[in-house]
Design a binder for this molecule. Structure first.
Ligand SMILES: O=P(O)(O)OC[C@H]1O[C@](O)(COP(=O)(O)O)[C@@H](O)[C@@H]1O
Ligand SMILES: [Mg+2]
Ligand SMILES: [Mg+2]
Length: 355
């Protein structure tokens, strides 16, 4: 059997590239250790306490559950031992300065998919590692208001039947599976290459009536299957856990969409740019996939607030391009999505066609 690639060796090798990568490697080590701890709590589930109980409200109005708060504390503890100047979390209103002189900034969603806590569906921890900058003491938000292209590394842990770490250090994307016996994260596949094409899509279809016409029409064309303009059948998968959907897309392709919609609080989508969309976009791009808000590449957006939301579409590159194309051409387009035989000419009545 070929020798196993362990996360430790992978990080040691990367650390040889520059002093900055030494700090990145130490920080990924710290996050992986936090992930091990969270994975043990999740494996015990209700035996570890009432993890799904609402204990507060996060800044954007989502109920904060006991496990959201617990995972925030675990990650914070881990990062306070890493070379991290400032830490932004979904579960904290403001970024927290840990060591103003340290070289890195970290943005984290400590628990993604938290509506799944009690359902045994996967949840995860998403992270983005950025240069810390020199102004952290005066302006702790500054490192997070850079476009996602400046990320030095990004990844997520997923806690499912296995715990895995999906990681990019800016040179490809790898998946490491946690061996619960030894505590080691071990690479279980080669470098990830997401298939360019797919016939599988993930979206919360209950929001159809609230979507932009571009998204509504795109999805309706998929639903028409081989009788529709796409000429082939598509399958739906929606876990209500972005890490779960992203993991599936990493291993077999697919597209995930959480578009903007007309509901109050969703006009800029649901996902948060700094600690959800940016890291996922970097992971995807490094695996040959793509991520857009419908108009621009996610990694080119310049955040203006730490908790800002953005529409998010990511996955198999050809399919993401189709969505971007739909937005850029509108109804006048000649793109396949808008041809006369497509549903696109009748965006208002097509909801009825689906019923
Ligand atoms: O409940 P909805 O509207 O389908 O949203 C589900 C989406 O929201 C999220 O749960 C947002 O993340 P949080 O759980 O960290 O708030 C995604 O993981 C998931 O894809
Ligand atoms: Mg999340
Ligand atoms: Mg969360």
């Amino acid at each position: 059997m070929a020798e196993q690639l362990r996360l430790d060796s992978y990080l040691d090798f990367a650390a040889g590239r520059s002093p900055q990568m030494v700090a990145v490697s130490q920080t990924v080590h710290a996050i992986a250790a936090a992930g091990r701890q969270i994975s043990r709590i999740l494996a015990r589930g209700p035996l570890a306490g009432n993890l799904g109980t609402i204990v507060g409200e996060s800044i954007d109005g989502d109920g904060q559950k006991a496990l959201d708060a617990m995972t925030h504390t675990i990650v914070r503890e881990a990062l306070s031992r890493a070379p991290v100047s400032v830490f932004a979390s979904e579960e904290a209103d403001e970024p927290e300065v840990l060591d103003a002189h340290a070289p890195l900034a970290v943005a984290i969603d400590p628990l993604d998919g938290s509506s799944n806590i009690d359902t045994l569906a996967p949840v995860g921890t998403i992270f983005s590692i950025l240069p810390g900058g020199s102004r952290v003491a005066d302006d702790p938000k500054a490192p997070f208001l850079q476009p996602g292209r400046t990320q030095l590394a990004a990844g997520f842990l997923i806690y499912g039947p296995q715990t895995a770490l999906v990681l990019t250090l800016g040179a490809g994307t790898r998946i490491f599976t946690l061996d619960p016996d030894s505590g080691a994260f071990i690479a279980t596949r080669g470098e990830i290459q997401v298939p360019r094409t797919t016939r599988e899509y993930a979206i919360n279809g209950s929001n159809l009536r609230h979507w932009d016409p571009e998204i509504r029409t795109y999805i309706m064309e998929l639903k028409k299957g081989h009788n529709g303009p796409r000429g082939e059948d598509f399958n739906t998968r929606w876990l209500a856990s972005m890490v779960g959907d992203a993991f599936r897309i990493m291993v077999r392709g697919g597209i995930y969409l959480y578009p903007a919609d007309q509901r109050k609080g969703y006009r800029a989508g649901r996902l948060r740019l700094v600690y959800e969309a940016n890291p996922i976009a970097m992971i995807m791009e490094q695996a040959g996939a793509a991520a857009t808000d419908g108009r621009d590449a996610i990694l080119d957006l310049v955040p203006t607030e730490i908790h800002q939301r953005c529409p998010l579409v990511f996955g198999s590159a050809d399919e993401v391009l189709r969505v971007a194309d739909a937005y850029s051409h509108g109804e006048a387009s000649n793109s396949p999505l808008f041809k006369t035989r497509s549903l696109y000419r009748k965006t208002t009545s097509t909801i009825d066609e689906l019923a």
